[in-house]
Design a protein around this ligand. Structure first.
Ligand code: TXA
Ligand code: MG
Length: 323
């Protein structure tokens, strides 16, 4: 797809949910791709059984072809259509965490195009807890694949305006449902082997999962061996157009430098106009805010509670290292 082909429609799902939903359904069922809100981040949707429509997602995002997509369902009855495997812990996980920010990787059914999974014989799926997302999937009548609705490598979008900024002219519409409440992507775990493996940390924590499962998770690291399990983790991620640096001691930054840097911290920073409080829900928004407000750099002040927040700290390290 060449740049700026489409007029991207803004569908107001906050004030006129019915009209916005019906237009989004019309576009999706006629083969167009549409961004929609979830509780984690905005997703860019296409119908799961339409490879031509799915190919438009890769083109619009400029997403590497080897990075698989998550299938979003609105009902548990859709699981047997997309998954060709059982697992003794599936029912327990679904009972506790669906709908919500947990994605499960299992063996892919023949019905699901291999493009969804970048050629892997597995498929990731989740049921979003956002009402508008589930209403959209239900009205379309089949699951929607949806990566985060950003240009590949950029911070994930947590507001409709973030999607417009990255993808206007490249997608048919954005369904606006306001700000995403969680603001970080779902936790991804693999049920491909009897022992469950954590592929991407998210707001459902390792401890919560281990509690419900009654067993320890296998943890993935960024080694080549583990990239095999979660191919998306090796690509550049979450980076704004300005550098993100990590700072251990704020007193080393001069007042002059502070004016050019936005400082993000979990604590209130005394004596600076350029410090913002950092939370899961505003991290991506703050990265985009800083680049839009003329800052040259974003400094993140490392505190103990920040390093203990596995999901947020994982995204910060990726944004900072540009991998
Ligand atoms: O919260 C979320 O998960 C959001 C919203 C829109 O649902 N989606 C999202 O999608 O973050 P995306 O495409 O940005 O990230 C999907 C992640 C990637 O790391 C990818 O490698 C992994 O899920 N993934 C997808 N299918 C997989 C599979 N079959 N095996 C292993 N990892 C998979
Ligand atoms: Mg993404």
């Amino acid at each position: 797809m060449s740049d700026a082909l489409l007029k991207t429609e803004h569908l107001d799902g906050i004030n006129d949910q019915k009209a916005a939903l019906s237009r989004a359904v019309e576009l999706l069922t006629s083969g167009e791709i549409v961004a929609f809100p979830t509780e984690t981040v905005y997703g860019l949707g296409a119908r799961v059984y339409d490879p031509v429509q799915i190919a438009k997602i890769f083109a619009a995002k400029q997403r590497p072809q080897d990075n698989p997509l998550i299938v979003h369902i609105s009902s548990l009855e859709q699981i047997p259509d997309i998954v060709a495997q059982s697992h003794p812990k599936l029912e327990r996980l679904v009972q506790h965490f669906f709908p919500g920010p947990l994605s499960l990787v299992m063996k892919r059914s023949q019905r699901v195009p291999s493009l969804v999974s970048a050629g892997l014989d597995s498929v990731a799926f989740r049921m979003p807890s956002h009402d508008l997302a589930r209403a959209l999937i239900e009205a379309v009548g089949e699951p929607l694949v949806a990566p985060s609705a950003n240009r590949s490598g950029r911070p994930s979008p947590t507001k409709a305006e973030h999607v417009h900024k990255d993808l206007d002219g490249r997608i048919a519409a954005v369904l606006d449902g306001g700000s995403c409440t969680i603001g970080l992507e779902s936790t991804v775990i693999s049920l491909l082997e009897p022992q469950i493996r954590l592929l991407r940390p998210g707001s459902i924590t390792q401890a919560q999962l281990e509690d419900v499962l009654g067993e320890k998770l296998v943890l993935s690291t960024s080694s080549d061996q583990d990239a095999r399990h979660s191919p998306g983790m090796r690509h550049r991620h979450y980076a704004p157009s300005i550098p993100v640096v990590l700072v251990e001691n704020l007193s080393t930054i001069s007042d002059e430098t502070k004016k050019r840097r936005l400082i993000l911290s979990t604590e209130h920073i005394q004596g600076t106009l350029h410090g913002h409080i950092l939370k899961d829900s505003n991290f991506y928004d703050e990265l985009r805010w800083a680049e839009d407000h003329g800052y040259e750099e974003i400094a993140i002040f490392l505190t103990e509670d920040l390093e203990a927040n596995t999901a947020l700290f994982n995204r910060i390290l990726k944004a900072a290292s540009g991998v």
